[in-house]
Every structure is written in C-alpha cells, then in structure tokens.
Write a protein that binds this ligand. Structure first.
Ligand SMILES: [Zn+2]
Length: 423
C-alpha cells in the first residue's frame, strides 16, 4: 500500500501548474496567471473555479487599481493540506511540516540513523511526525503524505536503499512500506540532493531556469534542475557528484569507483585528516566516530571560521576539490548557478562557498559567457527536508487531478499506528 512514487514523472497537469505558480508567487491575479501559465483567460477562469470549489485556493482581496478594473487576487488556502518532509542522514535527521503554500510550519531536528537498526529508526521518525502533527494541531486527514529523503543509491519504486549504509541491515530494508504502515500515510523515497534542488526551485531564492546543487551531509551528492525540470536521468540516482573520480590513482571507494570526490573532499574525509593531526584533534575535541562525523566537521568548521589555521587549510583543500566537482556539474549541464545545500554548509558555508566559487570561475567552460554564481541554499540545513515536503504537495495535487490512483492521496488508508509508538 501507500507508495506515491511515479517514475518517470509525467508533465504536470494544468491544475498542478497553477498551484505551483501560486506556491512560488504567493498572491496573484487571474491576469498574472494567464501570463505565467501561457493559457487562455477562459481556461484559467474554469480551472480556478474548480480550485476554489475544491477549497485549495481562496480569494485574497483586490490589487490596487492602476486605472482599469481592480484585479481580484487569489492565493492558496494554507490549511487545505499539509505535507511532511523527513531528511535522514547517518549523523542527523530532520522532520519538517509544511502547509499547502509550502510554508514551514514546524521542524524538529533529531539523531541520525547511524546507531539504529532501520525498523527502530523508522519508529523514532514516525513518533516524531505524530508529535509534530499533534503539537501543531494539524488534522491527520489533512496530511497528504511524507517524503523520506536520504542518500543513494536507492530504488524509489521499491522504496529501498541499495547500499549497506549505515549498516548491512539497511540494504534492501522496506523503508517506504514500513514508514507508511507506522504512520498510516503515503510515503515516497527521494534522493536528498534532488529534494534540495526541488526546494530551491519552488521556494528558494534562485531564479535561474537551470541550476545545480551540491548537497553535503555525512555524504556528498548532487542535483540539477534543467530548463525548469528536476533532472532524473534514467532512474533515481542522478548527478552522483560524490562518486565521480577526482584522482584516478586515488583510494578505492565502496561504490566500486576510485578516487571519488566524497572520499577525498567529503565531511568524513576532512574529519579523517583532522583526526590524524593530533594537536588539532585534541584542540577541537574530535570524537572520530562515524555517527559523529557531522558534529566533528562542524567543530572543524567553527575553528576555521574563528581563525584556526590548520582547520582552515583542511576546509580550503576540501573546497578546492568540491570546486572541481562543481566545474564538472556546470560543464555537464551548461549552468550559471550552483547552490550549496545541506548541514555541512551550516557553519563555514561562506568560506566554502568563496573557495568553490573561485575554482568554478577559473575553470568552468562557459565562464566567459557570464560569471558562475555559487550561492548558499536559502533553506540551510533543512533544504532537503523542505524540498521533500514540497514534492509531496506537488505530486499529491497532481495525482488527485489525474485520478490515476492507486493511491488516491486524499483518501484515508489504514488507521495510523501512532498509539503504539513510544513518545
Ligand atoms: Zn565512490
């Protein structure tokens, strides 16, 4: 039961397009919708009437008159529906709740998956989701679903991970069906970097029609939006920036490749170098434990920002490698914008951004056309979770109109088993 995977994704329906436009722009007039959607006024009038009847859109007063008839304004009805985004990393996890406009209603940061068996971790997440809905007094019936956002490689159709990370137990474990059973809600599995790209596209500050994302948590991944569409390639494991080769003679990676960017410049690689520097290790109190990688990385980042030269050199080295990866990303998709997202950029984001930008703007093939803009995500460390929740809002609205269920997003499924969960 209860998966909301659709692959390959079909083109959005007219209703879903209009909802997307309103989600991005906020309050709009019908005339603005005609221009933005490229549809006739008659079509807009008819579709908006249906959206008003469905309770998804509401009137929002009138625009100030510029001489003609005042324009009646529309906006999404925020309480029409809600969506949950869950970002799950080995070192840290986040649960976010978004209303129908995509506005962040509530968030909770909790432990990562690193020290838990999959079933145990999913129970913790289900419990947090339940308590978040309860605390915000959000009716269960109004929640469209959950996007479980995590690392790859993954099989979105089966709702499983195809890597033995953080432990062998996680390989092939039915993540989606288990979380769905525990919560009673539809669940979709999504790649963290792809989710961050979606969040940036719909509610971020990036206006470019094509842009790339470098997502760094305990792992390193990439995403791309190309001509306004999230690029999915042939499956759900696209733009795996962490596993392109930076050094053909470099160490073998568990992915099967050699000299991978993640192994040379990712958070674990930076921490491993810092740990080998015994004075630095002692000075920063590094734990050197896989479940603590992000915390250790943040200790190094804080020290670098505060002027610790050894810490700063480590980050600058990593940023040069990340910059090389960004050059590949830009060259592959002919991009002018790269967004840096994920918890690893939360402390020394500006320092990393400046060095990545310098490398990209010295080496990208298209740099003479215009400078490559390298920016920090407007959603910070919650970028992937927020992107996941937006994806649910968008996918569910689209599916409802298509009536291509199963599943029907707005029909309740099995009763939730929240009551059996520990607080
Ligand atoms: Zn690799």
């Amino acid at each position: 039961m209860t998966t909301i995977s659709t692959h390959p994704p079909p083109a959005p329906t007219t209703k879903a397009r209009l909802l997307d436009i309103m989600r991005t722009r906020g309050t709009v007039s019908r005339v603005e919708l005609v221009g933005a959607a490229g549809l006739t006024p008659g079509t807009i009038t008819n579709v908006i009437r249906e959206l008003l009847d469905d309770g998804l859109v509401q009137e929002a007063g009138q625009a100030r008159s510029t001489g003609g008839q005042p324009r009646r304004l529309l906006r999404l009805r925020a309480q029409a529906h809600y969506a949950v985004g869950v970002q799950m990393d080995r070192c840290t996890s986040s649960v976010v709740l978004a209303d129908f406009t995509g506005r962040l209603v509530a968030q909770k940061t909790l432990q990562g998956s690193g020290s838990h068996a999959p079933g145990e971790m999913l129970e913790i997440l289900a419990s947090r989701i339940h308590h978040l809905l309860e605390a915000e007094k959000v009716p269960f019936e109004s929640v469209l679903g959950i996007s479980l956002v995590t690392h790859g490689p993954q099989n979105r159709v089966d709702g499983t991970l195809l890597a033995p990370r953080p432990t062998l137990q996680w390989y092939g474990f039915p993540l989606v069906s288990t979380l769905s059973r525990l919560t009673g809600l539809p669940v979709i599995l999504e790649n963290d970097a792809t989710a961050a790209a979606m969040g940036e596209q719909w509610l971020g500050d990036v206006s470019a029609e094509s842009f790339g994302v470098i997502y760094m948590a305990s792992g390193l991944g990439g995403g791309a939006v190309v001509n306004r569409e999230v690029y999915r390639g042939g499956g759900s494991n696209t733009v795996e920036l962490g596993h392109i080769t930076l050094d053909v003679s470099g160490p073998p990676c568990e992915c099967g490749n050699r000299g991978c960017v993640e192994n040379l410049c990712g958070t674990a690689a930076v921490v491993a170098r810092a740990v080998r520097d015994l004075p630095l290790r002692r000075r920063l109190g590094l734990k050197d434990n896989p479940a603590e990688t992000l915390n250790d990385f943040n200790r190094i980042s804080s020290a670098a920002v505060e002027g610790d030269l050894a810490a700063r050199h480590l980050l600058e080295d990593a940023a040069r490698g990340l910059g090389q990866a960004a050059v590949t990303l830009v060259n592959l998709f002919d991009l002018s914008t790269v967004v840096l997202a994920g918890p690893a950029f939360s402390t020394a984001g500006t320092l990393l951004r400046d060095h990545i930008s310098a490398t990209v703007n010295a080496a990208a093939f298209n740099r003479e056309l215009q400078p490559i803009s390298v920016v920090l995500s407007s959603h910070g460390s919650l970028a992937a979770a927020i992107g996941g929740s937006l994806q649910v809002l968008r996918t569910a609205s689209d599916a409802k109109e298509r009536r291509t269920a199963p599943p029907s997003f707005l029909t309740r499924r099995t009763p939730p088993q929240f009551a059996s969960l520990k607080p």
